[in-house]
Design a protein around this ligand. Structure first.
Ligand code: SF4
Length: 403
């Protein structure tokens, strides 16, 4: 086994035992941000003076209706910018969420997302006192021109200070970073990543800059005012990231996520393993007992529905077997070390993955892009050479599962 594979397995090993297959996770979405970043396609909104108290009341009302007694095994407070809430309101949200769901006694991991400009001492203390034990800081870049181009509202210094503050209070800290800014110097990217790792974080998420439909950056690119980086340069930065993280003892346990041994994000692992989760808040998605659902996205529409005593659902469907199987492959193949547990994929979809994917699966294995692990608990996973081409692998699997 090569050193890189051993690192990948080490990073994934501990959390695998911490997540129960029959357990449930809880996601709570808070949609407001200081401003809207140009690359962002999340359900997030620049705050324009709406009542944050009223919004939190709606979130808690939905939690009482849909997550009472849930006792989640993991919790993720995301957004948006959860650290945008004033410290007392953040404390109240966590306190009442615990009274409703019992998360403090049941969850082994409680993550909160935070942005550098709002993650001050008071919010950090409120999060820790409220049961948060892992913080994810949106750093994105340590270069002023890049932060400006993204319309981020913080400086590199503020981001590094937020990471130090997080490390002082929380054992587990993630930094979100984006690479492949057009013309990015690979050496500068490496220095930035090293500066972040040197602060003692146990996890980094490194995403390639992407142009999602409807974002300001995509409109700028389409109007010729912003260019995308060449794909080969993006791939080279991806390889550089993998190698650098490996040298620092961070295993790549997901395409864009690297962690020290045992520090993989359990909540996200629950998604990638297709385990059940309940999503609360505007636009939040859920996957529960074979049903996918998504809430109303607009914060005002969401609040109105909850205030009227209605379910704020926008869409809900029981997925058909082929879609369920494809979703399980799409999520699980993002995990290079553990891949998809075929028996579980069969159990939740009712389809035998090998039979359903037929000759296409054999071809992908024959081409060295996917591999089957030996032994009784067979897993399908992307090889080192297949991982950068996950999108085209999934397109081929989709063509056979949903022709
Ligand atoms: S702070 Fe995060 S969620 Fe908010 S707009 Fe920026 S990237 Fe999107």
């Amino acid at each position: 086994m090569r050193a890189s594979q051993r690192l990948r397995l080490a990073a994934a090993a501990a959390p695998a035992e911490m997540l129960r297959e029959d357990g449930r996770s809880l996601y709570v979405h808070l949609p407001f941000c200081t401003s809207k970043c140009r690359y962002c396609d999340f359900n997030s909104y620049a705050w324009s003076g709406q009542s944050l108290e009223r919004h939190v009341r709606a979130v808690l009302a939905e939690a009482r209706a849909r997550a009472a007694g849930l006792r989640p095994q993991t919790v993720f407070i995301g957004g948006g910018t959860p650290s945008f809430l004033p410290a007392p309101l953040l404390g109240e949200l966590l306190q009442q969420l615990d009274e409703v769901t019992g998360f403090r006694a049941s969850a082994s991991e409680v993550t909160m997302e935070a942005n550098p400009e709002s993650f001050d001492d008071a919010r950090a203390a409120a999060a820790a006192a409220g049961g948060v034990n892992r913080v994810s800081i949106g750093v994105q870049s340590l270069r002023a021109p890049v932060l400006r181009a993204y319309d981020r509202v913080h400086s590199a210094e503020t981001a590094l200070a937020a990471l130090r503050r997080a490390r002082a209070l929380f054992a587990r800290v993630n930094a979100d970073l984006i690479y492949a800014f057009p013309g990015q110097d690979p050496q500068e990217w490496q220095e930035d990543l090293e500066s972040v790792l040197a602060l003692g974080v146990d996890h980094v998420s490194c995403y390639e800059l992407s142009f999602e439909p409807g974002t300001a950056l995509t409109r700028m690119r389409d109007a010729g005012r912003f260019r995308a980086e060449e794909p080969e340069r993006g791939r080279a930065l991806f390889e550089r990231t993998r190698a650098l993280c490996a040298r620092h003892g961070f295993g790549q346990y997901e395409v864009s996520n690297y962690a020290r041994a045992g520090a993989a994000c359990r909540h996200n692992l629950a998604y990638w393993r297709s385990l059940d989760y309940v999503g609360i808040g505007a636009g939040a998605a859920s996957w529960l007992d074979g049903e996918r659902r998504k809430n109303l996205e607009l914060p005002e529409a969401y609040e109105q529905a909850v205030r009227a005593g209605k379910d704020p659902v926008a869409e809900a469907e029981r997925t058909d077997p082929a879609t369920t199987l494809f979703d399980a492959l799409m999520m699980g193949l993002r995990l290079p070390a553990e891949g998809v547990l075929l028996e579980r994929a069969r159990r939740i979809s009712g389809l035998d993955p090998a039979a359903a994917c037929g000759a296409t699966l054999d071809e992908l294995i024959g081409e060295g892009l996917l591999e089957l692990t030996p032994g009784p608990a067979r897993r399908l996973r992307a090889t080192d050479s297949g991982l950068p081409f996950l999108d085209s692998i999934l397109t081929r699997l989709l063509a056979v599962l949903r022709p």
